[in-house]
Ligand binder design. Structure first.
Ligand SMILES: Nc1nc2c(ncn2[C@@H]2O[C@H](COP(=O)(O)OP(=O)(O)OP(=O)(O)O)[C@@H](O)[C@H]2O)c(=O)[nH]1
Length: 461
C-alpha cells in the first residue's frame, strides 16, 4: 500500500508534464492571460453555487468566502491554468496538502468533485465565448484546462484517501469508546463469557452431548463479540491475530479430535488439557489487551487522566460543526508550564509528574463539564472552551493563571515551590480547518513565553 502512493503521484506528474509539453505556447498564453476580473467571476460563481448546498455551507461560510477563500481559490486556479514544467513539483506538493486538509476537516470528496465540475463548466463557457480567438485554439485551451484541473483534483484525492481513513478510524474508535463507557466492565464480561463457554464445553463432553449440540468458540457469545466488536476497539494487530489463531486452533481441535466419536477417557483428558491451555492463553491475551485499553487507549492520559491529543481531531471537528450550525463561539487555549525542566532538575522527575497531575486537576476544576481538557504534550495542555468567546475565555484563563501561580507544590514538609503557566488563546474564526486554530494558539503561546512567561496572550484578528 505504501509504495502505491508515490507511484500514483509520479504517474500524474508525468502525464501532466506531457500535457504541458504537448500544448502550444499560444494556448498557454490564452489561459495565463485571463484577466483578474474573469478569474474573480469564476471564483464568485463557484462559491455562489457551492453555498446553495446545505452540506457545503458547513465548510464555507459567507464571511470566510469573502475574506480568504476567494482569494486563495483564485490563486489556485491561476496556478493550475498556468502550470508549467518548472513549478509542477511545487504545485503537486501543494495539492497533496490541500487533500490532507480536506480530509482533516471532513469535507466530503463528492463536494470537491462537484465544485471542480462547476468550475470547468463556467471556464469552458468563458473560453467558448471568446470571439477573437480561433476555434482550434479555444479547443486546445478547453482541453488543457480540463485535463489540468482533473490532474490537480486527482492528486488531492490520492492524498485525501489515507488521511480520511485515519480520520474515520479515530472517529470510530472514539465512538466505540464512548459506547464502552466502562472498559473494565466489558473486560470482566468478555473474560467471563470465554470462561462460561469453556465450562459449558467441558460439561457437554463429560455428559457426552451429541456433537451437533456443541457450540464452537467462534460461534459462542465471546466469539461473536470478538469478531463484531472486540477486534475493532483494540489497536494491537499482532495480539488480535494471536487471539484469532488461538480461536481457530481451539475450534479445529473440536471439529477434528472431538468430532467423530467421544474419545477414550485418557485421550479425552489429554485433549481437554490442551483445550484448557489454549483457552487460558487466550484469556491472558484478552486481559492484557483490555488492560492496555483501560490504561492508555481509552482516550485518557494515564498520568493526568485528561484526554489524549489523539481525540483532538474528532472533538474539534464536532465542535466546529456545532459552532457553525448554532453560531455560538468556542475558544481554544494552549498552555505550557513555565521552566518545567527546572522542576525536574531541582526536585526530580516524580515531583515533575506530581506537578503535572496537580495542574491537570486545577484545569479540570476551572472548567465546566462541557469543556474539554487535553494533555497536548509533555508539559503542554489544550483546553476547548465551548460556547465561550475570546473575552470570556480571557477572564477564565486569567483566573486560572492567577490561581495556579498562587498554589504551593509541596516536595516534603520543609520544601515547596510555586509554578506558573503561559497560555495562548484563540476564538474559533469559522475556518473549517482546526489545525489553523491550534497553530494560532501556539503562536500566541510562543508570544507569551517570549514576553516573559506567566501570562495569557490572545489572538486578535
Ligand atoms: N516529570 C516529567 N517531565 C516531563 C514530562 N513530559 C515532559 N517533561 C519534561 O518537560 C521539560 C520541558 O522543558 P522545555 O520544553 O525546555 O521547557 P521549560 O523548561 O518548561 O521552559 P519554557 O517552556 O520555555 O518555560 C523537558 O525537560 C521534559 O523532559 C512528564 O511527563 N513528566
Amino acid at each position: 500500500m505504501k509504495n502505491i502512493q508515490p507511484l500514483n503521484y509520479d504517474i500524474i506528474k508525468n502525464e501532466w508534464q506531457l500535457l504541458i509539453d504537448n500544448t502550444n505556447n499560444a494556448t498557454h498564453q490564452i489561459l495565463i492571460s485571463l484577466s483578474d476580473e474573469e478569474i474573480k467571476q469564476l471564483v464568485n460563481a463557484y462559491y455562489q453555487y457551492m453555498l446553495l448546498d446545505e452540506q457545503a455551507k458547513l465548510f464555507l461560510n459567507t464571511a470566510q468566502v469573502e475574506e480568504r477563500l476567494s482569494l486563495s481559490m483564485g490563486k489556485w486556479l491561476r496556478k493550475v491554468l498556468g502550470s508549467s514544467r518548472e513549478d509542477l513539483s511545487e504545485l503537486i506538493t501543494h495539492q497533496r496538502e490541500v487533500g490532507q486538509v480536506h480530509a482533516r476537516i471532513g469535507l466530503p470528496i463528492d463536494l470537491v468533485a462537484r465544485g471542480a465540475r462547476k468550475l470547468k463548466h463556467d471556464l469552458f463557457q468563458l473560453l467558448l465565448n471568446k470571439q477573437h480567438i480561433s476555434a482550434e485554439e479555444i479547443n486546445d485551451a478547453v482541453f488543457f484546462s480540463g485535463m489540468a484541473i482533473d490532474a490537480a483534483i486527482e492528486v488531492m484525492t490520492i492524498a485525501y484517501t489515507p488521511s480520511h481513513q485515519k480520520m474515520m478510524h479515530d472517529q470510530e474508535h472514539f465512538r466505540l469508546l464512548t459506547v464502552y463507557d466502562d472498559v473494565s466492565v466489558e473486560r470482566e464480561r468478555q473474560v467471563g463469557a470465554l470462561k462460561n463457554w469453556e465450562n459449558q464445553f467441558i460439561y457437554n463432553i463429560a455428559t457426552e452431548l451429541p456433537f451437533e449440540e456443541r457450540v464452537l468458540l467462534g460461534d459462542s457469545e465471546f466469539g461473536l463479540w470478538f469478531s463484531h466488536k472486540g477486534q475493532h476497539i483494540f489497536r494491537q494487530p499482532e495480539l488480535i491475530k494471536k487471539i484469532e489463531l488461538l480461536m481457530q486452533k481451539i475450534d479445529r481441535l473440536i471439529t477434528t479430535e472431538f468430532a467423530a466419536q467421544t474419545p477414550e477417557p485418557l485421550h479425552r483428558i489429554q485433549l481437554l488439557r490442551l483445550l484448557r491451555q489454549d483457552v487460558e492463553q487466550l484469556s491472558m491475551i484478552l486481559s492484557s489487551i483490555f488492560e492496555d485499553l483501560v490504561k492508555s487507549e481509552n482516550g485518557k492520559d494515564p498520568m493526568t487522566k485528561l484526554l489524549t491529543r489523539r481525540f483532538i481531531p474528532t472533538i474539534m471537528r464536532r465542535e466546529i460543526a456545532l459552532s457553525v450550525s448554532s453560531g455560538k463561539p468556542f475558544t481554544v487555549a494552549l498552555l505550557d508550564v513555565d521552566h518545567f525542566k527546572k522542576i525536574n532538575d531541582n526536585y526530580g522527575h516524580s515531583v515533575g509528574d506530581n506537578t503535572l497531575k496537580s495542574i491537570a486537576v486545577w484545569l479540570h476544576e476551572h472548567t465546566r463539564s462541557s469543556d474539554y481538557v487535553f494533555r497536548y504534550g509533555g508539559e503542554e495542555f489544550m483546553m476547548l472552551l465551548v460556547e465561550t468567546n475570546l473575552s470570556q475565555g480571557e477572564i477564565l484563563m486569567e483566573r486560572l493563571r492567577n490561581f495556579i501561580s498562587s498554589q504551593l507544590i509541596e516536595v516534603d514538609v520543609n520544601t515547596s515551590f510555586q509554578v506558573t503557566i503561559s497560555a495562548g488563546l484563540v476564538e474559533f474564526d469559522n475556518h473549517p480547518d482546526y489545525q489553523r486554530l491550534i497553530n494560532k494558539a501556539d503562536k500566541m503561546l510562543y508570544e507569551a513565553k517570549h514576553n516573559g512567561r506567566n501570562r495569557v496572550v490572545s489572538y486578535f484578528i
